[in-house]
Design a protein around this ligand. Structure first.
Ligand code: NAD
Length: 498
């Protein structure tokens, strides 16, 4: 058993609330740690430390701020194995998959090493007689991030790296399911040269989130998690006068055209549907083969692949996927599968009874495949967030396109085809934020931006890329005039450029 507190003022501290939550090993079902749940006093301590450190950090020149991230990236690489295990033992995913979690965050840290360039201003010489006009970007002050369990490395780094590089202080409220890695990241940021107080980690549940949303000293909030909470955080933050970007759930479709390479499509569906036990916001959970023949061939290819998935604890380095995160998540997934059967979908591969010898109390769910799913079914409408793939058969391209177009969520989507016309038409017409053409998980790289449409995202600026620089800074526009030699009297009309 170990105890996880908070990280405030450059060091680990214990919580003062007396409230804790259990942290489980999803492979065994054992409680392996407790995590402190912050109260207002813990949050205030973090804010006090952020308030006292932030002005000096904002005044530190951007090249020096960038150097902290250079060193941090080096430390992430040096400690990669340890960091991945910290994630896997609380999240349950395989160690290789956890390395991907760290690396996708590290890439955003690499991106913000360009902060001197990214924060350069706009300047207009001679905007009027002897007038110059320029716009600068200044940090918002204190930013906060509230993150989900499924990427305890990547998503915190997507938030704190651009926020801190822009000169802000940051309060991170990670998921209480797997809180160890974020604390370790904060330690490594200090080792990389970040002044104490600039990155604070406050663990907690709804109480800590509500504290953040109500606090007058927090200027901007970034949230990633499920849609109902994203909607709540967005509304509350905005009502309290904060800038907010909130990313929610997903139901990502893959359209498989009759001309697609079906081996490639089936392999892509395996990785995107079952990798990380389907607990990715960019997981493919709906396959839409076009035409009966494509559908039949796809099901024939997928069935044996799903039946032979290797499922194991993170210590099994040959496992394709691990358990799901909690007993509640396991129960929810299993009940949704039952519901799909009740609704009349054809459960071609049934993973409900999966048990792993020696890990009988682990939160495992075997890979499941549903065929003949229809849009009115609960398993189609709801984000299952488990290793369950639903096949919805479409007669033609237009019918296939219509499915993701009409779905509530709009995070990611993919099309598999060799037809450039179809792919181009699809990418242009689809109302979804991230599109893959023969790419199953089109998570944009750090220098582009990440974000969905519809109920997958609330707010107008995305994560990472240049959007993140805009989100974590405010624009100030300065008009300056040096009127030497000009004699002008009082002007009472609105100044214009007429
Ligand atoms: P979650 O919504 O349960 O939790 C996310 C965060 O909100 C956590 O820090 C949690 O402590 C906090 N929280 C939970 N309940 C709250 C409440 N009632 N009030 C205030 N705060 C609360 O999500 P999760 O289960 O940790 O993560 C899975 C979800 O996240 C999935 O829906 C997935 O699609 C989504 N997700 C989205 C993206 C994206 O970029 N769109 C990325 C990753 C995950």
């Amino acid at each position: 058993m170990y105890e996880i507190g908070h990280f405030i003022g450059g060091k680990k501290v214990a919580g003062t609330s007396g409230r804790t939550a259990n942290v489980y090993n999803p492979a065994t079902g054992e409680v392996q740690a407790t995590v402190a749940l912050a109260n207002d006093a813990d949050l205030q301590a973090a804010i006090d430390s952020a308030l006292s450190a932030q002005p000096k950090w904002a005044a530190t020149n951007p090249q020096r701020r960038a150097r902290v991230f250079m060193k941090f990236v080096e430390l992430l690489n040096q400690n990669m194995d340890e960091l991945a295990v910290l994630i896997s033992r609380e999240h349950g995913k395989t160690v290789e998959d956890s390395k991907g979690d760290v690396i996708r965050g590290l890439e955003v840290c690499e991106f913000v090493i360009g902060i001197p360039h990214l924060m350069k201003s706009e300047f207009t010489e001679g905007a009027g007689p002897n007038i110059d006009m320029y716009s600068i970007r200044q940090p918002v002050g204190i930013g906060a991030g509230i993150t989900p369990f499924n990427f305890p490395g990547m998503i915190p780094m997507w938030m704190f790296a651009p926020a801190i590089a822009c000169g802000n202080a940051f309060i991170l409220k990670p998921s209480e399911r797997d809180p160890s890695l974020p604390i370790r990241l904060a330690e490594l940021m200090i080792e990389a040269g970040l002044p104490a107080g600039i990155l604070n980690v406050v663990n907690g549940d709804k109480g800590a989130v509500d504290g953040i949303l109500a606090h007058p000293d927090i200027a901007a909030v970034s949230f990633v998690g499920s849609t109902p909470i994203a909607r709540y955080v967005y509304g509350t933050a905005a009502a309290n006068g904060k800038r907010a970007q909130c990313f929610g759930g997903a139901k990502n479709h893959m359209i498989i055209m009759p001309d697609a390479d079906l081996d490639q499509a089936a392999n892509a569906l395996m990785g995107a549907g079952y990798g990380s036990a389907g607990e990715r916001c960019m997981a493919i959970s709906v396959a839409v083969p076009v035409g009966e023949e494509t559908a039949n061939r796809l099901i024939d290819k997928l069935t044996p692949m799903i039946e032979s998935l290797r499922i194991g604890p993170y210590t099994d380095d040959k496992a394709d996927m691990g358990p799901v995160v909690t007993k509640e998540a396991q129960a929810r997934i299993l009940s949704l599968i039952d519901k799909g059967v009740e609704e009349g979908a054809n459960l071609v591969v049934d993973g409900r009874g999966f048990k792993l010898q020696g890990y009988e109390d682990g939160y495992f769910v075997g890979g499941c495949l549903f065929d003949n799913v229809t849009p009115d079914m609960e398993i189609y409408k709801t984000e299952i967030f488990g290793p369950v793939l639903s096949v919805v058969r479409a007669k033609n391209y237009e019918e296939a396109l219509d499915l993701p177009m009409k779905h509530e969520y709009g995070n990611g989507v993919a099309i598999y085809t060799r037809d450039g016309d179809a792919a181009r038409d699809f990418a242009s017409r689809i109302n979804i934020g991230m599109v893959g053409v023969n790419v199953p998980i089109p998570v944009p790289l750090a220098y582009h931006s990440f974000g969905g449409w519809k109920s997958s995202s609330f707010g107008d600026l995305n994560q990472h890329g240049t959007d993140s620089i805009k989100f974590w800074t405010r624009t100030k526009t300065i008009t300056s005039r040096w009127p030497s030699g000009i004699k002008d009297g009082a002007e009472f009309v609105m100044p214009t450029m007429k």
